[in-house]
Design a binder for this molecule. Structure first.
Ligand SMILES: Nc1ncnc2c1ncn2[C@@H]1O[C@H](COP(=O)(O)OP(=O)(O)O)[C@@H](O)[C@H]1O
Ligand SMILES: [Mg+2]
Length: 334
């Protein structure tokens, strides 16, 4: 990939470049500014929507790593590589990743997420709004189908012997969690909010978590907007909680700190918590490992990690319920 020639389309000259990972480069320009150059695997129409939504949100004061159209290099929304791939040039935010070990960091993430939601709420007019509010049930069904598929493959011993045995033995438990998630969904009020989402409908980051926030002395920045879409705010809260707790033994104090932060900006009501619970109960970690996604290879140790996670989520949700009783606004909040 020819980084300097793509950067040139934004009118900047590269003096240093460093590959962060596939399709993401940190570049320093000849006049000393630092940027990230990233491939966006999106269609142009979707990209335009993301771009316009983010510019509006930032005008309301959210801290985001996104182009600044007032600067020469931020004038152009995107570049196109010779292969036809879309690239964005974004100011590099210096700072550090929040640590789930620090409740103060987690609280800062909750505050930043709530501010982002607040800023994005007024901008949801229009029919082409990339909403995923209506897709929850079908998403769970399709993931469940995929898990069942892997279980049938295991029954035919299509994997290595230990992996096939593991999946056969624990398949019913995993499917049980998926059924629980669907039952929780039916009883969550989702079908009412789906029709009339009111204040719950927000612009969602879509993949919040420790690796997509950056803290510095100016504030808490959000980065990485490929998954930007419209959804009920519970989805984004779930995502941040999942990404922050999954590698930290599902320690509920991490989630409590995120929620505490969020509530400093916007109230949450019982319905929000019920909707968060639905997503947490789906056996998503197992789904990821069984699907053998990039960062979740299908190995026995990964399967064990995922099952251990699923088993911790039951007690975690009990704590969430207690938290919800203590910290819900009675009136359907703001
Ligand atoms: N604009 C930026 N400022 C600071 N760090 C960045 C920026 N863009 C990317 N990074 C760093 O690179 C990592 C990967 O970038 P990200 O856009 O999150 O890619 P991915 O979609 O693979 O998660 C981030 O977790 C962050 O550490
Ligand atoms: Mg990221």
């Amino acid at each position: 990939m020819n980084v300097p020639s793509i950067a040139k389309q934004f009118g900047v000259k590269v003096s240093k470049q460093k590959k962060i990972q596939k399709g993401i480069y940190r570049i320093v320009t000849t006049d000393g500014n630092t940027f990230s150059l990233k491939r966006m695997p999106k269609q142009v129409a979707r990209f335009r929507w993301i771009d316009q939504s983010l510019l509006r949100v930032r005008r309301k004061g959210s801290h985001l790593a996104w182009r600044n159209p007032q600067t020469p290099e931020g004038h152009k929304p995107h570049a196109i590589s010779p292969k036809g791939e879309l690239f964005v040039l974004t100011p590099w935010i210096s700072g550090r990743k929040p640590s789930p070990h620090s409740l103060k960091d987690m609280q800062a993430c909750g505050i930043a997420l709530a501010r982002f939601h607040k800023a994005g709420r007024a901008n949801l007019m229009g029919t082409f709004d990339n909403s995923e509010i209506g897709t929850w049930y079908s998403t769970f069904s399709s993931w469940e189908r995929s898990i069942k598929n892997k279980i049938s493959k295991a029954k035919k011993n299509r994997y290595s012997l230990p992996i096939s045995q593991f999946i056969k033995k624990n398949g019913p438990e995993i499917i049980g969690y998926s059924i629980s998630a669907k039952t929780l969904l039916q009883n969550s009020g989702y079908y009412t909010f789906r029709r009339n989402p009111r204040h719950m409908k927000v612009l969602c980051h879509g993949d919040g978590g420790p690796s997509n926030f950056i803290l510095n002395d100016k504030g808490t920045y959000l980065i990485d907007f490929e998954t930007l879409h419209v959804n009920l705010r519970a989805y984004d809260l779930y995502r941040v909680i999942y990404n922050s707790c999954k590698d930290y033994e599902w320690d509920f104090s991490i989630a409590a700190a995120i929620l505490d932060g969020y509530r400093q900006v916007s109230q949450l009501n019982m319905d929000d918590y019920k909707l968060i619970r639905v997503w947490l109960r789906f056996p998503f970690s197992t789904y990821l490992v069984l699907s053998s996604f990039k960062r979740f290879p299908l190995t026995q140790s990964r399967l064990q990690w995922a099952l251990k996670s699923e088993r911790r989520i039951g007690p975690f949700l009990k704590k969430l319920d207690k938290y919800a009783v203590r910290n819900s606004s009675k009136n359907a909040g703001h």
